[in-house]
Design a protein around this ligand. Structure first.
Ligand SMILES: C[S@@+](CC[C@H](N)C(=O)[O-])C[C@H]1O[C@@H](n2cnc3c(N)ncnc32)[C@H](O)[C@@H]1O
Length: 284
């Protein structure tokens, strides 16, 4: 643990794919080498690893430094809360702040989770949010759409692992284009939202992620604007739109002053907004 942490600090690695420091990243890789969940690690730290475990950990540490790949890609596993997902470089590493509001079944905005019958995860990537939707709203049929067929191949692996094939439909679609006239009680989306300037300055770790999953146009809000224009036509009366914008509340409100968003407590800078179908219609 100590060796990995020091080595990562010295090599000036960048974190943000499920971990936020050299110590956490070393722990993540070490846990994988020891074949335990990351939270089980503290009670093992006084024990001596076998030569094979030590070699496996050192191999992962070296790859992390030399390849500059986020740990999740090296071990093909990412955690969102208590949920583990298969990942590879066809999708971004799951870290959406929307997971936080789904953990609470979107209370108090959704009063009765069992009444959510149709939900959509737009820009589904690995399928992580579609799976959290299916778990939070047990009576919902979930559509999971992405423009990238290779991302959908990863989503298929995760949906199968969670045994949710009967409840989650994977659809190749440029935003709403392949969804026909379908209406949803709830739409969530973590779209690409990195600004053009941000894309030029991306640390090496982020260059392993698909560009199409990150690039959000000049101000980062190009895809968000398209979603806002089309969402009301796909929501049932009283339906909710939940979108992650990354840039945070201030910048989004300045760019889109005509919509009264709600910004739940999901993280620093309030990266997620909620709007109702009626607010979106009024803004039109
Ligand atoms: C930021 S990633 C989010 C992935 C996943 N929902 C998550 O939270 O980890 C954005 C995803 O949007 C997809 N995407 C980009 N443009 C799109 C479009 N016009 N229509 C549908 N999906 C799109 C990308 O392929 C990528 O998988």
């Amino acid at each position: 643990m100590r060796y990995g942490t020091r080595r990562f600090r010295k090599s000036r690695l960048v974190f943000g794919h499920g971990t936020s420091s050299a110590g956490e990243e070393a722990a993540y890789l070490l846990a994988h080498a020891l074949k335990v969940r990351p939270e089980a690690l503290p009670r093992l730290l006084e024990e001596t690893p076998s030569p094979r475990q030590r070699a496996a950990a050192l191999r992962l540490f070296e790859r992390r430094v030399n390849e500059r790949k986020p740990a999740a890609y090296l071990v093909h596993a990412a955690w969102l809360g208590d949920f583990r997902f298969y990942v590879d470089e066809r999708v971004i590493v799951p870290r959406s702040h929307i997971a936080k509001v789904l953990r609470e079944e979107l209370a108090p905005w959704i009063v009765e989770p069992l009444e959510v019958r149709a939900a959509l995860d737009l820009c589904t990537g690995s399928g992580c949010l579609a799976i959290l939707l299916a778990r939070a709203f047990p009576r919902a049929q979930v559509d999971a759409a992405d423009i990238s067929s290779s991302a959908l191949a990863v989503a298929r692996i995760n949906v199968k692992r969670y045994g949710l094939g009967a409840r989650i439909r994977l659809i190749e679609s440029n935003l709403f284009s392949a969804l026909g006239g379908k209406h949803y009680d709830l739409i969530v989306s973590n779209p690409p939202y990195v600004t053009a300037g941000g894309m030029r300055r991306l640390p090496r770790e982020y260059l392993h992620e698909p560009r199409i999953a990150l690039a959000g146009g000049r101000d980062g809000l190009a895809v968000v604007r398209k979603i806002l224009r089309a969402a009301a036509a796909h929501l049932t009366p009283g339906g909710l739109l939940v979108v992650e914008v990354g840039a945070g509340r201030r910048r989004t409100e300045r760019a889109l002053p005509y919509i009264e968003f709600v910004w739940p407590e999901t993280g620093a800078g309030h990266p997620v907004f909620i709007a109702t179908r009626e607010q979106l219609l009024a803004a039109k």
